[in-house]
Design a protein around this ligand. Structure first.
Ligand code: SF4
Ligand code: SF4
Length: 179
């Protein structure tokens, strides 16, 4: 006996009732039938969805300010903070006439997150000094190919708050708007 919890195997010969297995089958059916009256642990997804916890961390969203300008300045702090090295970006200088598109003088011309690497820790959101990225209450849908899990800037950017107010508010969810 290696541990105190080991249980000796019962080698007694089976009784007649045990040898026809009927009693054990009935016991098993009893357990199955009892589950018909218990609350179901599963739901009919996707028709039904669960309510996520308020602290649920899902798919990333790149934020805009109330005028619809992109908040991200491509400072790279989120990429540095990311323990999974899931974020890549390329910065660019804002040109004259682009003030309505980008809030700061520098912006992310390219921004990508590899969702196959991401562990949804939320450190990118915490590291961002510009409230430019947050983890929403939705999750990355399933996909057949690896490429489908590389989310580009267009996939991540929140809808425009003036041009598409409804979609913007839906994407914002419970997150309070702060700029
Ligand atoms: S949630 Fe964590 S792992 Fe995912 S991109 Fe942000 S910092 Fe990286
Ligand atoms: S999301 Fe935030 S931390 Fe990341 S590059 Fe943009 S401004 Fe910097």
């Amino acid at each position: 006996m290696l541990t105190q919890r080991a249980k000796e195997v019962d080698r007694k010969p089976m009784t007649f009732l045990e040898s026809i297995y009927l009693w054990n089958i009935m016991k098993g059916m009893g357990i199955t039938i009892s589950h018909l009256f218990k609350k179901k642990a599963t739901i009919n997804y996707p028709e039904q969805t669960r309510t996520f916890s308020k602290v649920f961390r899902g798919l990333h969203v790149l934020n805009r300010d109330e005028e619809g300008r992109e908040n991200c300045t491509a400072c790279g702090l989120c990429a540095v903070a990311c323990p999974a090295e899931a974020i890549t970006m390329e910065g660019a200088e804002r040109l004259p006439g682009e003030e309505h598109l980008y809030r700061e003088e520098k912006y992310a011309a390219k921004y990508e997150i590899n969702m196959l690497r991401c562990i949804f820790c939320g450190l990118c959101e915490e590291a961002c000094p510009k409230d430019a990225i947050y983890l929403s209450q939705t999750f990355a849908p399933a996909n057949y190919g690896r490429k489908g899990f590389i989310y580009k800037k267009d996939d991540l950017l929140i809808p425009h708050p003036i041009e598409n107010k409804e979609a913007y508010e839906a994407a914002l969810g419970d997150k309070p708007a702060k700029n």
